[in-house]
Design a protein. Structure first.
Length: 272
């Protein structure tokens, strides 16, 4: 087995084109290996450009190897509070120090904590391969459980949050069998703006209640322009028609739908 840890993106792209398996923190990759890692491994964590957070003309650019601890400690606007709250619940401190936002997205778990907060921020992923870079909305990047739209030889290099999504306030709430170090039964993220006591913008996302985390556009439209109390009355299990929860060892589908509605009410109240 070959283990490579290049310090430039150019080197990494060349190695990735050879079919090497990407490692970006390893907090999902190592536990998922039955005995030891198979095949050649490409470690991206020594590339400085993949760990930058920079504000530019396209918005806030977050390098794919930015760790959860980096996000927690960064001075970010209130619109990103949900992302920072999620970062604090990704395992323990050791996992937060090693795990990366890009690795979380590429693992594509239905219970990935980073996805709902990024969905309400209209996140766009940057994918770089031998033929150059391309951009893809996050909701088109994760296409199923453990499945992404990465093409052959591509690496997820950054997540961009547009300027329009850096407004308002956000909150993240998750439900599990215990407070920490747990796979969610349901999780939600919201981002809202208020004007004169009425909701002028809202983005709602739910994870762990379907094959992929998703936004709730019909519910978002229904509560736009309402007061907080009016909006909370609209957030009911029957209004979550975009969800497709399942019965499993953690919870029933019906319980997940009820829980998601309650978590959304709590998150909207917190963000407001």
């Amino acid at each position: 087995m070959l283990f490579a840890r290049p310090d430039t993106l150019t080197q990494a792209i060349a190695l990735r084109a050879q079919g090497m398996r990407v490692l970006s923190g390893g907090t999902d990759l190592y536990p998922g290996a039955s005995a030891e890692l198979s095949g050649d491994v490409l470690d991206l964590t020594a590339i400085p450009a993949l760990r930058d957070m920079t504000q530019g003309p396209d918005g806030l650019r977050i390098g794919a190897c930015t760790t959860w601890s980096d996000l927690v400690e960064a001075d970010l606007p209130p619109a990103l509070t949900a992302l920072q709250q999620a970062a604090l619940q990704v395992g323990g401190r050791q996992v937060q120090n090693a795990g990366t936002i890009g690795g979380n997205l590429c693992n594509a778990s239905p219970a990935a904590d980073g996805v709902p907060p990024l969905l309400v921020l209209d996140a766009v992923v940057e994918l770089t391969g031998p033929t150059g870079a391309r951009s893809l909305p996050l909701d088109q990047f994760i296409i199923g459980p453990r499945r992404t739209a990465l093409a052959q030889g591509e690496i997820l290099t950054a997540i961009t949050l547009p300027h329009s999504a850096l407004t308002g306030r956000s909150a993240f709430v998750k439900l599990g069998a215990r407070a920490h170090l747990v796979i969610s039964i349901a999780m939600v993220a919201v981002r809202i703006s208020l004007e004169k006591g009425h909701i002028s913008h809202c983005a709602l996302a739910v994870g762990s209640c379907g094959p992929v985390a998703c936004r709730l556009p019909r519910l978002e439209a229904a509560i736009l322009g309402l007061t907080l109390s009016q909006a909370l009355e609209q957030i009911t299990p029957t209004a979550l028609d975009a969800l497709s929860p399942i019965d499993d060892i953690r919870a029933t589908a019906a319980y997940r739908r009820e829980a998601a509605a309650e978590l959304l009410r709590r998150a909207v109240t917190e963000a407001a």
